[in-house]
Design a protein around this ligand. Structure first.
Ligand code: SF4
Length: 214
């Protein structure tokens, strides 16, 4: 590991998924988001504490393994990828060098991101094929565009590589994996099930010694 190597703050990686954008993709969720959209699907990824600090080279190694399983690109989510722009851009660069496409979900709008004039964000955008932007709004659930949470969010095709084809009009899917005792869930559940498996169990008050169930 070189002294300058990027260390990414990672909440979750799913090396091969079909539930986070077109085709098979390597999906990485960053740990930490400055926004607080009501109804956020990933509340455990909001804090900048926690997650795993993973060197870029290790992630790229996983990416190379995933490439042998036919992925066509990477998807960066969170958390908020642009709050980790330097690491996100470095990973996007590695993906592009391997001929892979790059899709990014951001809670900020494209206009907001451009207005910031931050070099790392600008670089990430320059390496991005598809940007889905804007905060999640639970009052505007999107049932017509696959992979998109709410109707206010816009899809920006920043290169010629993709366009709005039939794949965007299919039903959403949910993927559940249990690997080495670790459960991962990704994709889009039905609205009523959003966050169900991540919700902290309600605290049960202990019965008083002499109390009886009524
Ligand atoms: S931007 Fe995404 S991760 Fe951040 S609060 Fe909104 S929905 Fe949650």
């Amino acid at each position: 590991m070189s002294a300058q190597e990027e260390i990414l703050s990672v909440a979750q990686i799913v090396p091969v998924t079909e539930a986070e954008g077109p085709g098979r993709r390597f999906a990485l969720w960053f740990q930490g988001c400055p926004l607080r959209c009501p109804g956020c699907c990933n509340p455990e990824m909001l804090s900048f504490e926690g997650g795993q600090a993973i060197p870029l080279s290790r992630i790229v190694h996983q990416l190379d393994e995933a490439k042998t399983q036919g992925i066509e690109g990477i998807t960066l989510l969170g958390g908020e990828p642009t709050a980790h722009a330097s690491g996100a851009a470095a990973l996007a660069r590695s993906a592009r060098q391997r001929g892979l496409s790059v899709m990014v979900f951001s809670g900020f709008t494209l206009a907001e991101l451009l207005h910031r004039h931050e070099a790392a964000i600008d670089e990430l955008l320059s390496l991005t094929d598809i940007l889905v932007d804007g905060p999640y709004d639970p009052t505007q659930p999107d049932s017509t565009r696959r992979w998109i949470g709410s109707r206010n969010q816009q899809i920006h095709f920043l290169t010629q590589r993709y366009h709005f084809d039939e794949s965007w009009k299919q039903s959403n899917t949910l993927e559940i994996r249990l690997i080495d005792g670790i459960l991962t869930v990704n994709g889009f559940p039905s609205r009523s099930a959003v966050g169900l498996w991540k919700r902290p169990k309600p605290r049960r008050s202990l019965p008083l010694a002499n109390s009886s169930d009524s």
